[in-house]
Design a protein around this ligand. Sequence first.
Ligand code: C5P
Length: 231
Amino acid sequence: MKTAAILTAGGKGTRLNTNVPKQFLEINGKPLLYFTIEKFQRCSSIDDIVLVVPDGHLNPDLQSSINDRVFPKLKKIVPGGKERYHSVFNGLNALEPDVNFVAIHDGVRPFIEPELIDQAVSMCKDWHAVIVAVPVKQTIKEAEADVVVRTLERIKLWEAQTPQIFDRELIFNAYQCWMENVGNLEITDDAMLVELSGHPVRIIEGSYSNLKITTPGDFEWAKYTLEGKRL
Ligand code: C5P
């Protein structure tokens, strides 16, 4: 059984107000993205890594990281698309034919623990669709035009993170169906497409520290936490 990771780093990262997309900002002389790749490189359950970068960022440094085998599991770097789901679909199309399971992870979540990835991949063999998530800590209101419609039942709410792990065929078919009939729905994670197909998605509880680096404050926190740790 072969499992590949697709690391999505195809966004332009404009929310940090930098010229460089956030996944390429450096910490200790290494792009933030490298800390994430390193976590997957260390997982015993992951065989291959496919990296998705913004179109035009297939630069010599990244290319030579494959040639120099900086990360021996990193097999391919492919260009991303306009929306995250385009980037994931490009990654899915780049998988080797013998891959059975795929773990899709945001390149800007460098704090994921390799042990949790291994546990989630193992669960996927029984459940076929597994997401890492944490219980919601706040009270969540549904609102329209700034007026509360209802308060959601917190005990039932989870905040979805990545990685999200799937049978390759299940996620590929869900994506292909979506790409052929793109509707008005905003696709905010990969599991949504599997849910739409009617297949159950199992949750494995993760950690609040698996932060998606989004704001300048998040990046400062990542810098503070990752500095001093070696790749
Ligand atoms: O924009 P957001 O923070 O939600 O992006 C989550 C991850 O998806 C990031 O690692 C980003 O680089 C990636 N992404 C992508 N292709 C896009 C948009 C985002 O691979 N078109």
